[in-house]
Write a protein that binds this ligand. Sequence first.
Ligand code: NAD
Ligand code: MG
Length: 386
Amino acid sequence: MLGATGSIGGSTLDVIARHPDRFRASVLTAHSNAAALADLCVRFRPDLAVIADPALEAELARRLAAAGVRCEVASGHEAITAAVTGTLCDTVVAAIVGAAGLDSTLAAARTGKRLLLANKESIVMAGALLLEALAAGGGELIPVDSEHNAIFQCLPGGRPELARSGVRRLILTASGGPFRGRTRAELAGVTPEQACKHPNWVMGRKISVDSATLMNKGLEVIEAHHLFGAPPDRIDVLVHPQSLVHSLVEYVDGSVLAQLGNPDMRTAIAYALAWPERIEAGVLPLDLAATPPLAFQQPDLDTFRCLALAFQALRAGGDATAILNAANEVAVEAFLAGSLPFLGIANLVESVLTELPPQAVVDVQTLNERDRMARDAARRILRNAC
Ligand code: NAD
Ligand code: MG
């Protein structure tokens, strides 16, 4: 469980705890919250706990010893990747946030582990390389992102071969986030706290801001393109404020299949963990008679420019989506730190995309270098603007 202390981590461990006969969390990793990681180790008794920040390894070991937990302890970025490729696990839940999850996601794919992908930034950054690694490793990828998990459920046998399965369009639903319906003028002064108050989902802060800008949907369009081999003009986005229809697949015969459920990530996680079987996830049944009417509308691309920028980067090809992702990560960090206004996020991403025209994706090293260049460019533009 990569990113065990996060929102997806917590939901995954909740599902795992419901099925001790099927699953065991043998490896838990976290970034820097040693106390939270130690608490999870007390509860889940993994074989190995890894903390990304090496300065915190001693604290983690001390906490585990004090709690009487006997498990191996390691630290550092490489230790997370090593844990993924080792023999301690056969399934990897990739739920680190951001490009920091790329190496471990790729490693899981390369070693043929069953990869449960929540870390959408890694596929946005390195889609083609991730698919190559999956093919080479011979393992399988089950999407955890609720929209992609929904599409996976609506495709025949879960198989993503659009061309042969009569699919006309993939339709990703978006809640619209906390600022749905607002004008640009109304968004000028919104705060990180307002942006992180999502109407339907409780999530980490980075993805919450992405949901508020609609960049999250943009990243998901790119994710869907890679996961299901869909060209950009066959992926649509519809705003659906109730977040009960998690996405849809339209077929050439006029059928539209949708997956519905209460907005609770444990459904997608349980499906991914047990696929092709289904298991209890602790999610309340959907009471359709008691739900508000389901509404759908076109997204407002002029106000929420990040979604348009993501489509633009996808169409531009090469490593443009990696540049988009890196610039967005810097922009979101700056917004959360109070040094960039909400509308500045799209402006910053656009400036970096203009400054760094796309190049072909060659390998991970080059991609990481381009990611660094995009971050440097974003930070310089930010500094100059202040
Ligand atoms: P979060 O912020 O709640 O948790 C992130 C986890 O990653 C934490 O355990 C943290 O310790 C770890 N982490 C952060 N930086 C790290 C680093 N540099 N090295 C190692 N570990 C690091 O985030 P989240 O909401 O759980 O989201 C995780 C991923 O899942 C994101 O990519 C997000 O887009 C995706 N996702 C989340 C949801 C959701 O409902 N939360 C839904 C769909 C997809
Ligand atoms: Mg999603």
